[in-house]
Ligand binder design. Sequence first.
Ligand code: ADP
Ligand code: ADP
Length: 235
Amino acid sequence: MALIHLEHITKRYFIGTANELTVLDDLNLSIDDGEFAAIVGPSGSGKSTLMNIIGVLDRPTEGQYVLDGLPIDQVPDQRLSMIRNQKIGFVFQSFNLIPRTSALSNVELPMLYARVSQKARQSRAYALLQTVKMGAWASHMPNELSGGQCQRVAIARAMANDPPIILADEPTGALDSHTGRMVMDIFHHLHENQHKTIVLITHNDELAEEAERIITIEDGRITGERAGKAARRIP
Ligand code: ADP
Ligand code: ADP
């Protein structure tokens, strides 16, 4: 069964009283557990809107989203943040770390929402920081870290509740090529060694090539799909 299953998804924005804009238009997409999929498309094609729906930050206007067997349209709003916290680790272009809060506390945050005890939170957060080679920076604030270091902390945070899905929106967009490479290598590691489902949203074709599946979106519709390098890799 697909981990992410989108069926006839339409998203419309109503602008003023008379105008509506169809941003996602009868979109169908299934991503299986353990896949590494890239979603590519030009600016304005609907990628962020799609990410918000996959990440249950927003609901479609029409259509059904089944996440890990759970029909999201049947989940009340007040339960969505819990589901998000369990199922999805978010990684953003702009890192979205909490300022004036240590790297360690940033990584602890999703576990705080999940009501993990303080002791367990701290030790897991520290272990996660070590896996992204940021253990030595645990007590540092985001403004003391480089962009690449911030993104590694953000990936550790995304992993906090061990979600099956990592949803990354232009994760290397703010980084130079060397640190961007490091971030992509972490995603490959999580995919290959921890069986994480990686959904990478990007307008960078070169990065998208590294996925197993490359899904093209244009004007709110899926217009193509092809295999990427990860699909051809010989084990
Ligand atoms: P992408 O991420 O591919 O650049 P987006 O999903 O951000 O595309 O946007 C797709 C289209 O939807 C754009 O035309 C954008 O202006 C429009 N849009 C996005 N969010 C809103 C909103 N909250 N209200 C109205 N229009 C929006
Ligand atoms: P809500 O405001 O719906 O209660 P929370 O702020 O409690 O949601 O967030 C719950 C989880 O969802 C957290 O793990 C958080 O990282 C993630 N999350 C919610 N909104 C966003 C967002 N805009 N960007 C990134 N992550 C988000």
